[in-house]
Design a protein around this ligand. Sequence first.
Ligand SMILES: O=C(O)c1cc(C(=O)O)c2c(n1)C(=O)C(=O)c1cc(C(=O)O)[nH]c1-2
Length: 605
Amino acid sequence: NDSVMKNEANPNNWASQLGNYAGQRYSPLDQINTGNVKDLQVAWSFSTGVLRGHEGGPIVVGDVMYIHTPFPNKVFALDLNNPGRVIWKYESVQDPTVIPVMCCDTVNRGVAVADGKVFLAQADNTLVALDAKTGKELWKAKNGDHTKGETLTAAPLVVKDKVYVGISGGEFGVRGHLTAYDTNSGKMVWRAFSTGPDTDVKIDPQKTTMMGKPIGQKDLGVSTWPGEEWKRGGGTTWGWYTYDPALNLIYYGTGNPGTWNPVQRAVDNDRNKSDNKWSMTIFARDPETGEAKWVYQKTPFDEWDFDGVNENILADIPINGQTRKVLVNFDRNGFAYTLDRETGELLVAQKFDPTVNWATDVDMKTGRPNVVDKYSTFANGEDKNTAAVCPAALGTKDQQPASFSPDTGLFYVPTNHICMDYEPFSVSYTAGQAYVGSTVSMYPTPNSHGGMGNFIAWDAAAGKIVWSRPERFAVWSGALSTKGGVAYYGTLEGYLVAVDMKDGKELWRFKTPSGIIGNVNTYTHNGKQYVAVLSGVGGWAGIGLAAGLTQESGANQWHQAVHPGRTGGTGVSTAGLGAVGAHQSLGEYTQLGGVLTVFHIPDQR
Ligand SMILES: O=C(O)c1cc(C(=O)O)c2c(n1)C(=O)C(=O)c1cc(C(=O)O)[nH]c1-2
């Protein structure tokens, strides 16, 4: 899209959620740098008036900043010439019965701005286009049905004359898809499913490649599932989407394969027949037609809820002395993958946390993980209670997007440091009811630094951690790297932290009003650089606070919701699908509340 490219090319803007089509979350601004970041102070702040988890971040185009909230998905256009003045406000009317079918808090990862329009994907599956000047509704499209467990949380992507949206609901047996709508009319142009026959998935087995070769076999999206399980096969698309204009390919990943109980997804009780394709898969698709150019499945036959939806960051980096056009993915499963983004060739697959134990490594010939039996939750055709799997279902990284700096050639990655006990059980499918089929409890990685997060620098050519900073809680906020040599991230306690990109040394921190699960952005206004972030604790990591699950009673209520008919299990430790136990003490550090905070160096210009 010409307007997106033009806005992104101007470093005064922060034009899209991930900063640019490549998803790099890097800014060439350097007024705020390693020498002066210690002088950063609050310039202004703005309350969104909404509680619960604030993901995503502010978009800045020219003199206007656009921010959004979790359900009910308000959007504000703010005047930067009169900081915080509301130019317009959009507030949808949504059926609140959408809230209980959102698995991991009522989050929204932000709006897209293109062609004078603001695109918002509402929780209730409405995709709406607003006039960027006035906030008036231009059109609406219906992308799903929450009574079947379908919701929207992901940020839309605009390429040329189409806007792309995914779908959430993997925990409700939703069948995932990515859908393209015409930006002018809101008419659906194509929809590509994640499971099912090749025609639905837009795979041509003779042309679409996997590990460099045509897939060959037909309809693997059906045959790798027992019976009709693919119809409730998850593979939802609630993460981030990136785009390479030169190759004309869009990239995104698919989530967990429906129920978390692997037995119900096994063909003939044989894991080797049960890849559950195309869940947990990176897709490279033609944006015009949706046809899949290549695919790569990271976790075939998932047994741990390692959704493969994390952002695919596009970068050109030297590998073995040759500059390669790569895609780098920090997966929930704890492996960081470097692939050739034109062909899907797997170049590097290494753990980005050494404590990851469910697989020893990735076979570079087949691209498949070598699973450690002890941590499998499936054995001899039966489900198996398994303790001390690392990472937990929260993943070594979840939705929190990483950053790539072309200056250092390194990736700056917010990570989790949490393990789990996993107890699968049989669950029957009812549309609109949770289809989880596992009790999970989570806790800090044992025998480690005691905390539940790390912020790391990663070399994607070597597959190695360059430096790592331990954090008390999961680092659930998106990172920013800058030409000024400073990287930023937020913590669940609410600190915005600035570190030296060279060695990870802390340069500055500030406690914002609530825990940060939003993404840090930067822009300039009237020639001066600002850093901005949304606070508002929540998301899956903060679900205990967001949904009031820290009390035993609340915990059991949630437990009952996802495990109807069962008793409270071990109470608080398994609540919120296991996330509450891990982050039990979060309430000692922060409370709910959505606030935008904008920082500057006061005496700069
Ligand atoms: O399977 C799904 O459809 C689905 C959706 C979402 C979502 O839309 O937020 C999450 C997850 N799964 C999930 O597995 C997960 O870890 C998660 C974390 C978060 C969050 O915002 O903190 N959302 C989601």
